[in-house]
Design a protein around this ligand. Structure first.
Ligand code: PGA
Length: 237
């Protein structure tokens, strides 16, 4: 597994261009996207990258990867809010269809079941983009998650809760809902992203060590169409 390494200053432009190319080639792309700090510079650049190609995301579907539980609708740490504000609403009119966990209308287990049904109705996920968590999680598939882990309610790991404080939720949520490892591995294509020196050690273990449920991201190596796209700082380790 060889990561694609880009200079820090060019990384976000590069990934935005890759996504824009993907949407140009397949306008009805069903793409599952993460939040966290890693992808935000990509989302800032994607509208212009599409415009540059004369393309749009109007026929695409954006699917939210995960969601915190216990935060009110519109909270700035909510994944649906971040994806809507930072990306979907900036993609113009009518813009992509947007699918997220209905954690306000349904109890969490029912929201997971409804989310799976939505994804199935869309014909599955063409592309899942993932940020590499500090503890090797992807989505909210925390350490211990196996390849068959379903879309489900999860207890958040301490480092994920600490990160949530950094995103603006203090006290941080204790639980979330996430696309499961099984659904991630069933996607037609997966991109794993990592930036910054603080991801160097976990990236090295993800791609260089044994594939293990201790580092759910390492299980992605079994996917036939995985790309690992990182900046030089993350690769430096
Ligand atoms: P980050 O988080 O992008 O804020 O580093 C990644 C993650 O924990 O999924």
């Amino acid at each position: 597994m060889t990561p694609e390494v880009h200079p820090e200053a060019a990384w976000a432009d590069h990934v935005a261009a890759l996504l824009a190319e993907r949407l140009t080639a397949q306008p009805d792309l069903v793409v599952c996207l993460p939040t966290g700090s890693t992808p935000l510079p990509i989302y800032d650049r994607l509208p212009a990258a599409l415009r540059d190609r004369g393309a749009s995301a109007d026929d695409a579907t954006v699917v939210a990867l995960d969601e915190f539980l216990g935060l009110p609708a519109g909270h700035r740490t909510r994944c649906d809010e971040i994806l809507h504000q930072r990306l979907v609403r900036r993609l113009g009119q009518p813009g992509p269809r947007f699918v997220a966990f209905d954690v306000d209308g349904l109890d969490p287990e029912a929201a997971c079941a409804a989310f799976d049904r939505d994804v199935a109705r869309l014909g599955g996920l063409d592309l899942v983009v993932l940020g590499l968590g500090r503890n090797g999680h992807v989505g909210m598939n925390e350490p211990g998650s196996a390849t068959d882990a379903p879309t489900r309610v999860v207890a958040l790991a301490p480092s994920t809760r600490a990160a949530a404080i950094g995103y603006g939720a203090d006290p941080p949520p204790t639980h979330g809902v996430t696309l499961g490892m099984a659904a991630i591995l069933a996607a037609r294509e997966v991109w794993l992203l990592a930036t910054g020196t603080e991801k160097a050690s976990i990236l090295r273990r993800t791609i260089g060590g044994p594939a293990t449920t201790d580092i759910p991201a390492s299980l992605l190596r079994g996917h036939p169409a995985l790309r690992v796209i990182v900046d030089e700082a993350a690769a430096g380790g």
